[in-house]
Design a protein around this ligand. Structure first.
Ligand code: GLU
Ligand code: ZN
Length: 318
């Protein structure tokens, strides 16, 4: 393998809550996939959303990964990258791709349902010009990027079909929010591009954003990495027949402070490795023990259910 085709991967959690089993599973899979191919793995702390992020949660994520036995080649703090994000907005503006939008969520409600479950945006403000002072002078509106209207054919490394016409199915993405925060869709593309990321491994909940991100990469002249979207950990059904819901950071379910009081790092690693099909039993291990035998062929496609009980964390097929 030459330096040019060396795998560079990243784990990019939002620092908007405590780490939970799903966070640590995602970290483990990114790290194993990179290490098994002799690649680099970096940790990017996505802390741009000033209304939701906390420095303590960023610090805790770093600590939780180390506790689990994951060492990163580099740690990137996304809020340090404001200059690169602004340069990308300049480039989009220069290409005539940026426009202000004041439409509210209520304006979209009742319209088309987007693949991520939200309401699609109809691109109603596309014809609005930027003010004479450019995008920096826009402080009462969000900024959106006008995407090409074309369909994008895309199958990820796991065979998941992510083909979409993002401009229609989701609408043009917000790239800078009304409160001036750089939006996720832009930051992720710019940061992955600048870090030379070759492989994006992440949870299936983000899969509906991938086509939008690929079109943004094209607008910015950035390469498209390989993508793979893995299974999620779900909360148990509240009642028989009710759909399982994703283990959300927002719900604070099974925070790391609770996990570590009951399990040590190797015990949790064993539970996660077993859930990911990498061990026959949930017995203690370190991530480094799993590298030699790691292959995606062993990792289940179907989501798994995480429960908290007398034995601490258990993860099962349903
Ligand atoms: N920060 C995003 C999240 O935690 C994920 C970013 C990504 O992997 O693309 O949901
Ligand atoms: Zn609008």
């Amino acid at each position: 393998m030459t330096a040019a085709d060396r795998v560079i991967s990243r784990f990019a959690p939002s620092t908007t809550g405590e780490a939970h089993p799903g966070t640590l599973l995602a970290a483990l899979l990114v790290w194993l996939d990179a290490r098994a191919r002799g690649g680099r793995a970096l940790l990017r702390l996505e802390d741009l959303d000033v209304t939701r992020t906390r420095a303590a949660w960023a610090g805790q994520l770093v600590e939780a990964c180390a506790w689990l036995g994951l060492a990163w080649d580099e740690v990137v703090i996304q809020s340090d990258r404001r200059g690169a994000h602004e340069a990308a907005l300049d480039a989009l503006a220069a290409a005539g791709r940026l426009y202000p939008c004041t439409c509210s969520r209520a304006d979209r409600a009742g319209g088309r349902r987007a693949p991520d479950g939200s309401w699609a945006y109809t691109n109603a403000c596309r014809a609005r010009p930027l003010p004479a002072g450019g995008w920096r002078a826009v402080d009462d509106a969000a900024l959106r990027a006008r995407l090409p209207d074309e369909p994008l054919a895309l199958i990820d490394e796991g065979g998941l079909d992510l083909s979409q016409t993002p401009a229609v199915e989701l609408g043009d993405p917000i790239v800078r929010r009304r409160d001036r925060v750089i939006a996720y869709q832009l930051a992720v593309v710019v940061d992955d591009g600048d870090a030379g990321i070759t492989d994006v491994v992440r949870g299936r909940d983000i899969a509906p954003s991938t086509a939008t991100q690929v079109l943004l990469q094209r607008l910015l002249g950035l390469p498209t990495p390989r993508y793979r979207h893995h299974f999620l950990l779900l909360e148990p059904r509240a009642a028989a027949g009710a759909p399982a819901t994703k283990l959300a950071k927002l719900h604070g379910s099974m925070p790391w402070s609770q996990l570590r009081a009951r399990h040590d790092g190797p015990a949790l690693c064993g539970i996660l490795a077993h859930a990911a099909g990498l061990r026959d039993a949930p017995t203690p291990c370190w991530p480094a023990d799993l590298v030699a035998d790691f292959t995606w062929a062993r990792v289940p496609r179907a989501d798994r259910v995480a429960r908290w009980g007398d034995d601490g964390l258990t993860i099962t097929a349903d």
